[in-house]
Design a protein. Structure first.
Length: 130
């Protein structure tokens, strides 16, 4: 894989974190706005704020983007692990389990350890020249 391809894959591997962070920032902003308007007396007690329901589409968009990128990366990385001949079978199984159970954290780790640092010099056997 070319260096630019590795960089693009690294950026895409971190995108689920970006979407999760964006979701939490949006959610906190929403609650801050709701708390700020609750004390102004403009709303009826016990009524769901229209602001919250009107902005639910943004929550759905953030979550959908996170799910789409995570699922696509899950498929890509599992295929990459299975086809990577430099990894033994036990390590393959461990990586697949990491991707399934801790996918958002496992993608950048695998990218750094097995794709970014993977150079042709690393795969050649080391011989002593003594």
């Amino acid at each position: 894989m070319s260096k630019s391809g590795k960089i693009i894959l690294g950026i895409v591997s971190f995108l689920p974190f970006v979407f999760l962070l964006g979701y939490f920032v949006w959610l906190m902003g929403l609650f801050v706005h709701m708390i700020g308007t609750a004390g102004s007396g403009n709303e009826y007690p016990g009524e769901m704020p229209d602001y919250f329901l009107g902005n639910m589409i943004w929550m759905i968009i953030w979550i959908a983007l996170m799910v789409i990128f995570s699922f696509g990366l899950l498929i890509y990385y599992i295929v990459h692990v299975v086809n990577n001949k430099t990894i033994d079978s036990n390590e393959r199984l461990v990586w697949i389990l990491v991707f399934i159970f801790a996918n958002m954290m496992g993608f950048p780790i695998y990218w750094y350890m097995r794709i970014w640092r993977d150079t042709p010099e690393r795969n050649t056997p080391v011989t002593d020249s003594f």
